[in-house]
Design a protein around this ligand. Structure first.
Ligand SMILES: [Fe+2]
Length: 346
């Protein structure tokens, strides 16, 4: 099928999460992690990192059930809203125009239920926020700089890769073998990714990745969580990813939404940037130091909502029973029972 020209996506810009206790969420994201508050009401918080100049990177909205309401991309021009509408209409996706101001700080937007089952938003106009980059006196916690990427759980990683390719995204890294694409990292801005796919029952949001400038900020938030006896929020890491080379830690918020604090990936903006393909059998792919991935990281993720705010039904992961038994969600994870000499011989 010949698709219309896609909207010119600049970058992943913000996400809206539904949280069941806004005061608890505020303590976690603002008091502990250190996000800046752009605006707040009795029912929602609008947060951004210290480098961010658009209104927000994260909306936390109070609701009865935790969920991810939408993933929003900034586009290059106002005309890209029309392109987004035509593109998703050609895919058979339901779309909606959202007038300026419905989301505080955001102009007119187009939302769509994409072919993977996620509600995605495209906007051009946004209110500029106060520049906080050099307000070192305000910084706390992990000193998050900006939203870096979305990571989503999809039942068919190859279909997700093909759809995002049609939307104009480039491919930076993969986890694969001869038969199967287990995971892929795709970008519009000139970094490793704006979007990545993890194989599993989907659609679900796996995590939101927020950029910090330095690895010590990733370590510092772990120390702060330990000091507050809030260490249960630390799910995985800190560590070094093989894929992306990033230094990372994964946290779970009070509702179980997963947040990654992430730094030190690399430039991908040259035309023809070569793809880095990781073998699914390489134990360094998910953690460069070979640490096993905790099972919850593969199995748990956030429910996503459709355009009407209803939970999306899940599709089971496309895989053989053998893959499910042997390779987990994206491949072989080192088993601690494996003898050291065999691990070293690989
Ligand atoms: Fe990530």
């Amino acid at each position: 099928m010949e698709l219309p020209v896609p909207p010119d996506v600049v970058r992943a810009a913000y996400a809206e999460l539904v949280v069941t206790d806004l005061a608890e969420a505020r303590r976690f994201y603002v008091d502990l992690l250190g996000f800046a508050v752009s605006a707040e009401s009795d029912t929602a918080l609008y947060l951004r990192g210290y480098d961010e100049l658009i209104h927000h990177n994260l909306i936390l909205r109070a609701g009865p059930e935790a969920a991810a309401a939408r993933l929003a991309y900034r586009v290059r021009t106002a005309a890209d809203l029309d392109r987004a509408e035509a593109f998703f209409a050609a895919l058979g996706s339901r779309t909606a125009r959202v007038p300026a101001g419905v989301t505080p700080g955001v102009g007119e937007a187009v939302r769509a239920e994409d072919p993977l089952g996620f509600t995605v938003e495209f906007f051009f106009e946004a209110d500029w926020a106060e520049r906080l980059q050099q307000r070192y006196d305000l910084r706390r916690g992990a000193e998050p700089a900006r939203l870096d990427h979305f990571n989503i759980v999809v039942s068919d990683v190859r279909a997700a890769y093909e759809y995002y390719t049609s939307l104009g995204f480039g491919l930076s890294e993969t986890i694969e073998d001869d038969q199967t694409l287990y995971a892929a990292w795709m970008f519009r801005k000139q970094t490793v990714h704006d979007m990545a796919f993890t194989g599993g029952d989907g659609p679900r949001l796996h995590h939101l990745g927020f950029f910090t400038h330095e690895s010590h900020q990733v370590l510092r938030i772990c120390d702060i969580l330990g000091s507050r006896h809030a260490e249960a929020h630390i799910e995985r890491g800190p560590g070094r990813h093989g894929v992306s080379n990033a230094f990372y830690v994964y946290l779970r918020d009070p509702d179980g939404h997963r947040v990654e604090l992430y730094t030190s990936d690399y430039y991908t903006g040259d035309p023809g940037h070569p793809v880095l393909r990781w073998s699914v059998r390489d134990p360094r792919r998910r953690d460069f130091w070979g640490h096993p991935v905790v099972p919850s990281w593969y199995s748990e993720a956030s429910t996503v909502l459709d355009l009407d705010g209803r939970p999306c039904p899940l599709l089971a992961r496309q895989q053989t029973a053998e893959q499910a038994a042997e390779v987990g969600a994206d491949g072989y994870t080192r088993l601690s029972a494996e003898p050291l000499d065999r691990q070293l011989a690989r």
